[in-house]
Write a new protein. Structure first.
Length: 306
């Protein structure tokens, strides 16, 4: 995020997880999922801003593997809402684009608005998960299609035989996720690298999978500085015939470098890449602009309208 060059802390709140059918753990309500240091917006315009950002996200769709019939769209059942008062972010949402309610996310997205320090600048970020070709469209206009990837799925070794019991299987997934640590080459207020060991949010941001499908069960975990998402981890159980295997992938949600470790050993790394508006970059970040004639979110941000 643009303001991360200058500020080192942020605050967020996990509002919703996926539908209950995907998890033995019930979906979080807004009250249940708030962190102790919650700074999620609570002003009278907060709901209107959320609707604005969701509408902005709905403008985008994702074509997979060059096939227009395979389109991933926003699934707002998974939503991470956050604000960053120290980083001048007044409000923001993270969500996913999928081909169906039980399918693996194809793309992850942030859209957020800054406060007065950056004059209400609106930003957007997209990160790909789908292993094949990904094309992000806004209407008929292609916005982004990564020419190379930061991430791919790998076999997760030393994993247990998956349980047939959904509750026990979910506990296994969380235990596998807990084996990972991610170190973020974060830049603080002095613009020097200040490595941060990211914290994994207890509840997965998204659940997916079908007991009868090739992905039996899967979860997307969010790793944060304070409570600001910087990376995501997908942990999946695959079945082929009678055989099962575990897989994982680390997805960056930052321009900074990342070092993912499994059982204390580095298994994935990403370099720092301050690239904005590049339509073929592995991670897409740019300013967000509404459609012609559409009102700006700035009117809904109290700090911009004293």
């Amino acid at each position: 995020m643009l303001a991360r060059f200058a500020f080192s802390l942020s605050l967020a709140v996990l509002l919703l997880t996926g539908p209950e059918a995907r998890s033995a753990e019930p979906p979080a309500t807004a009250a249940q999922s708030r962190e102790a240091d919650d700074s999620a917006p609570k002003d009278e315009q907060a709901k209107a801003r959320q609707q604005y950002i969701l509408k902005a996200m709905e403008k985008y769709s994702v074509v997979l593997d060059g096939d227009p019939s395979r389109t991933a769209k926003l699934d707002a059942s998974a939503m991470l809402r956050w604000s960053n008062p120290l980083g001048d972010v007044a409000d923001g949402l993270m969500s996913v684009y999928t081909t169906g309610p039980d399918e693996r996310p194809a793309v992850l997205s942030h859209i957020y608005v800054h406060g007065p320090a950056l004059n209400g600048l609106e930003m957007q970020e997209f990160a790909d998960v789908h292993p094949g070709k990904v094309e992000l469209f806004r209407g008929q206009r292609k916005v982004w299609s990564p020419a190379e990837r930061y991430s791919r799925f790998e076999t997760l070794s030393n994993a247990p035989v998956p349980s047939d019991n959904p509750a026990l299987r979910f506990a296994q997934i969380k235990k596998m996720a807990a084996r990972f640590e991610i170190i973020d080459g974060f830049r603080g207020t002095n613009n020097k690298v200040e490595p941060q060991r990211l914290r994994m949010l207890a509840r997965p941001t998204y659940r997916y999978g079908k007991p009868e499908g090739p992905i039996v069960d899967g979860a997307l975990f969010t790793f944060v500085v304070a409570t600001d998402p910087e990376a995501c981890l997908l942990v999946e159980i695959h079945r082929s015939g009678d055989a099962t295997k575990w897989q994982y992938a680390v997805i960056p949600m930052t321009i900074y470098s990342l070092d993912a470790q499994l059982d204390g050993q580095t298994v994935w790394k990403k370099p720092e890449a301050s690239v904005f508006g590049n339509p073929t970059a592995p991670h897409y970040i740019s300013s967000y602009r509404g459609d012609p004639g559409e009102s700006s979110i700035r009117a809904l941000v109290p700090s911009l309208n004293p």
